[in-house]
Design a protein around this ligand. Structure first.
Ligand code: CP
Length: 336
């Protein structure tokens, strides 16, 4: 095998040169307007959970997660089962040959040789999924890479907003026009933000960000994205309020934050703050939630919360993403 950017490394690092392939999903940018509308439309069409084993019967999906996950990994697994695919998980942990010195890329090359159709990857290194596209025969789906992107999370967020606000994905770049989406909390270390800032403005939403110093900064500003001076300013009039936890596993050691109680007082979503939002506002959170820190119990479990609906639609979005990766998206039902 020719030398690659992975050669001779321990933990592995992203290849400098990458290539894009049609059915990989490493970034929201991998989806053009038609692909985006088709994927979201078909995801919403399977949201109530039909089992469609003929769609991916005989296909094999690998999950290669080197970071913890509950929702993403399990919902990809549920999605694979609903479509009839076999699902195998590899974590590079103590029960694998990683402990004998095998590098992550050698392990994945060996697993790829077993004939997987698609590999779903979560890793602490940004760029790792894209780099794998140059190394593996299987199509690559990014399930979260460092602080970079988490495209299926943004897609399920968009599906939840479309559904709650009665919008049609077929409207493409105008699907969320006129909606104001506030995203609040730890934005600088969030891959969910990385994908949502690529997706929501493309769908026509205006996005307003708010977070404390060190967790939010002007580098996030771009067309269609503003930064508010306070949480109240971001929430005022919002149609969607998305709260994010502090990504403590990715914070610089020198960053000093208030304790949980003080953070909640300044940056937590309470019922009083939510009253500033539009009367039709919904509340989103990608999970895991830190209750009493970025979100109050009464909001997380309240009537405007769509947090568990996000999880449900996450299975549907991952069904569509897996079907697309295997060239079978057209075999899912069309939107009504
Ligand atoms: N939203 C999300 O990525 O959750 P998990 O870390 O549990 O997969």
């Amino acid at each position: 095998m020719a030398a690659s950017a992975f050669s001779g490394e321990g933990a592995g690092s992203p290849a400098a040169s990458v290539r894009r392939r049609g059915a990989d999903l490493c970034s929201i940018d991998d989806l053009d307007e038609d692909a985006l509308a088709d994927l979201l439309g078909r995801a919403l069409a399977v949201a109530e959970g039909p089992f469609l084993p003929e769609v991916l019967g005989g296909r094999q999906i690998l999950a290669a997660f080197r970071e913890p996950s509950t929702r993403t990994r399990m919902s990809f697994e549920v999605a694979a089962h609903r479509l009839g695919a076999a699902f195998v998980a590899y974590d590079g942990g103590a029960a694998t040959s990683a402990v004998k010195g095998e590098s992550p890329i050698d392990a994945l090359r060996n697993l790829d040789a077993m004939g997987f159709d698609a590999v779903v990857v979560r890793d602490r290194q940004g760029g790792w999924p894209r780099a794998l596209c140059a190394e593996l025969g299987a199509r690559v789906l990014n399930a979260g890479d460092g602080t970079n992107e988490h495209p299926t999370q943004a897609l399920l967020d968009a599906a939840t907003i479309l559904e709650a606000h009665g919008r049609a994905p077929a409207a493409g770049s105008g699907a969320l026009r006129g909606l104001r989406v506030a995203i609040c909390g730890d934005l600088l270390h969030s891959r969910v933000v990385g994908s949502n800032l690529r997706l929501l403005p493309r769908l026509g939403a205006s996005v307003i960000l708010a977070g404390p110093p060190g967790l939010c900064g002007p580098e996030l500003r771009r067309p269609g994205v503003e930064i508010a001076a306070s949480l109240d300013e971001a929430i005022r009039g919002a149609d969607v309020v998305m709260m994010l936890r502090i990504q403590r596993e990715r914070l610089p050691a020198a960053l000093e934050l208030p304790d949980d109680r003080a953070y909640h007082a300044a940056w937590g979503l309470t019922e009083a703050r939510l009253a500033l939002a539009s009367p039709r506002a919904i509340v989103l959170h990608p999970g895991p939630m830190n209750r009493g820190v970025e979100i109050a119990d009464a909001v997380a479990d309240g009537p405007r919360s769509r947090i568990l609906r996000q999880v449900r639609l996450g299975v549907a979005v991952r069904m569509a993403a897996l079907a697309r990766a295997c060239g079978r998206l057209s075999h899912l039902p069309s939107p009504a």
